[in-house]
Design a binder for this molecule. Structure first.
Ligand code: FAD
Length: 360
């Protein structure tokens, strides 16, 4: 199937998004007889990875960073770079001829008697089923900290971090205890004065435990829960993987975190002991929430900013499915290796629901 130039008036399935989650859904929809199209707000392939900072390194090893059907190709390092990931997703889309219309922003999904109406920047399309796969990158979380409005320096989320150059020579505080914060501290520490602040001490994985082990442990826990066995203890998927840049920063002795500051003052921050320190910039690597504003017209987003789903299907709107986002839509659904399982289940459920015989 090739990508159309214009938006059709009606389709069996509209997939909102064009990142890895949407592509995985597209991969499985190819095998059905359904008409479908991905609508993606980006100018080109790659989803959120297009907005990652240039030195961003995945914490999942190459083979564990792959979508269904085709492994990420070998490269010079075990951990893929941002650009390798974008190239892989672009090639995946081309290889499987997944139809994507860009750049199209979905503004709202509305109930109609015979399906859902998807209101987009290119007009309306009617769909018998909608799969939302819009990720979380466009919804960064910034904690509310007293005094922030008076701070004269720069406050930025890691979603908008574009590399170390603009912070050279500055006093920078990096906030957050996960992989993003560790990688940004590692990069900035070569050209800026960096302080790393975390709410709880960061947890580093041993050098010989990589992202693959995390996924294996998580999968074993998932199986155990499904089979009613007590789950084995597992390390957190948010633990810091010692990718090369982080190891190198540790060797330089710059990977030491301090307890989180309590407030901003105009020229810096206040530490828990009451002392203040100047800062030119604070970078918050403090996570994301799901991007769901386009589903607001359906009135199904709960107080936690999620939709109640049963195996990916919205309980309050059964013509809608959600893939990606986080564990709440499916086990490891927000990872490259894990999203295939959710996508397969959702594509199958959509196919059964629309009761069209398989084409392949
Ligand atoms: P996205 O990649 O965000 O794609 C969503 C797409 O939907 C985007 O193209 C967006 O433009 C589009 N969109 C959004 N709203 C609309 C709309 N209204 N209309 C049309 N289009 C819309 N996972 C791993 O497996 N391994 C890793 O090492 C790893 N590292 C990570 C590092 C960081 C810093 C982060 C933030 C995440 C990491 N992840 C990793 C998690 C996950 O793989 C990524 O977040 C991934 O981008 C999620 O893919 P997605 O397709 O769900 O969402």
């Amino acid at each position: 199937m090739t990508s159309p130039d214009a938006l059709p008036r009606a389709l069996d399935v509209v997939v909102i998004g064009g990142g890895q989650a949407a592509l995985a859904v597209g991969y499985y929809l190819r095998r059905t007889g359904l008409t479908y199209l991905l609508l993606d707000a980006e100018d080109g392939p790659g989803g959120a990875w297009r907005h990652g900072w240039p030195s961003l390194r995945l914490f999942s090893p190459r083979q564990w960073s792959s979508l269904p059907g085709w492994l990420m190709p070998p490269g010079p390092d075990e951990y893929p770079t941002r650009d390798e990931t974008i190239a892989y997703l672009a090639e995946y889309e081309r290889r499987y001829e997944i139809p994507v219309l860009r750049a199209v922003t979905v503004r709202g999904v509305h109930r109609e008697a015979d399906g859902l109406r998807v209101d987009s920047s290119r007009g309306d399309v009617r769909a018998r089923a909608v799969v939302s796969a819009t990720g979380s990158w466009a919804n960064p979380v910034l904690p509310a900290i007293p005094g922030a409005e008076a701070f004269r320096g720069t406050i930025v989320h890691s979603a908008a971090y574009a590399g170390a150059a603009s912070f050279a020579g500055q006093n920078v505080i990096v906030v957050g205890g996960g992989n993003s914060a560790a990688q940004i501290v590692a990069e900035l520490s070569s050209c800026a004065q960096v302080t790393w602040a975390t709410v709880t001490p960061p947890h580093f994985l041993p050098d010989d435990i990589d992202g693959r082990t995390l996924f294996e442990q998580a999968t074993e826990r998932y199986r155990a829960v499904r089979e009613g066995r007590p789950p084995p203890p597992a390390r957190s998927i948010g633990d810091i993987v010692m990718v090369p840049s982080v190891r190198e920063a540790r060797a330089r002795g710059v990977l030491t975190a301090v307890p989180m500051f309590t407030a901003f003052v105009p020229d810096g921050v206040v530490w828990p002991d009451g002392n203040s320190a100047t800062a030119d910039a604070v970078i918050f690597a403090t996570g994301y929430r799901s991007v769901l504003a386009h589903l607001a017209p359906l009135g199904i987003i709960d107080a936690a900013g999620r939709v109640v789903v049963d195996n990916g299907r919205a309980v309050a709107e059964p013509r809608l499915w959600l893939v990606g986002y986080g564990e709440w839509t499916g086990f490891a659904s927000a990872t490259l290796i894990g999203v295939g399982r959710s996508a397969r289940a959702v594509a199958r459920a959509v196919e059964l629901d629309l009761a069209i015989p398989t084409g392949a």
